[in-house]
Design a protein around this ligand. Sequence first.
Ligand code: EPS
Length: 380
Amino acid sequence: MFRYLSAGESHGPALVGILDGLPAGLNLDVDIIDAALRARQDGYGRGARMKIEGDHVEFLAGLRGSVTLGSPLAVVIRNRDFENKRALMDPLTGRGKPLTNPRPGHADYAGALKYRHRDLRNVLERASARETAMRVALGAICAQFLEPFGIRTLGYVLRIGEVEAPDFEEVDGAAVSASDVRCPDEQTSQHMIAAIDAAKAAGDTLGGTFTVRIDGVPVGIGSNRQAATRLDGILAGALMGMQTVKAVEVGAGATVAAKPGSQAHDTFAMNEGAVVRGSNRAGGIEGGMSNGQPIVLRVSVKPIPTLMKALPSINLHEQADAPASIVRSDVCVVPAASIVGEAMARLAMTGPVLEKYGGDSMEETLDNFQRSTAAVAKLF
Ligand code: EPS
């Protein structure tokens, strides 16, 4: 069984990750992981914390000579800001003045009551999106596992606040990376940056929408057998499991609800001996299984709940009205979220790919893949 776990507080000593179930014999390039970590830190609209951190992954277990051993991988990303927060966050001696005013939209309030914490810091430290750095590192490991199967994932931004990009048929990864907001349309990127600047000046924050596109997925990943084995459910669950995400759509998503069946599906036809589809409204998944078309997911995130112009709230200790706590934060995390979304999709795809092709070594898993692909090509 493939699985992963992360641990770590935002201002604690480090983030820790474990990835269990990858085959032996996979060559890992640490530079690819660090490049993904840098991309997550870079998006326009990030706050001052990103100037402190320089995320880098260190391997503690499961790797020898840059090749996986088949044993669990253990990785660490250190939090540089811990040095500034040692008195507050030291695992043995940390203490400080409690945070008392929950931010509407944040984990603060529910977490305080759930865990019986009188200091909201004990909730926000784990709720913080700092933890997504580890997901990106683990996702970049999975990207390298998926690569030999031809599976590639790209996240890009479609909307920030009220600024929306035109729909993209084809997306160029280089154009995405070249944009400070990871939107492949240059003019829309400029409008998005202006919207972020305006929100910042107003003490406000902005949400938005990003696409995660997975190309090269062979037919038949995931299954229709059970609710928990459906690929759309697995991917949507992974993406909803990100901080700030409020909606995930597959393909045409919610828009099909208003369409008649004649305009909601993807017709079949033969073209020079090959099966072709008239469109990709299903977003690459039919009956909970990949159908050979690109998998297209659209993910919407809320504006982050830490506003410099604080929302009305309460002081839990005084049981009185008081503005929400103001802490250092970002204005817009949508570009960063698109990188985290890429990572979550890679993590979510790895289990079902391993279930389909199996194997304890990369060699064995790729043999199974090649045999399966050849057999399917001769089926009809
Ligand atoms: C976050 C608040 C900010 C963000 C942080 C998420 O951190 P700080 O409280 O240290 O200023 O920078 O994001 C990250 C640290 C990161 O690596 O993404 C929050 O409250 O969620």
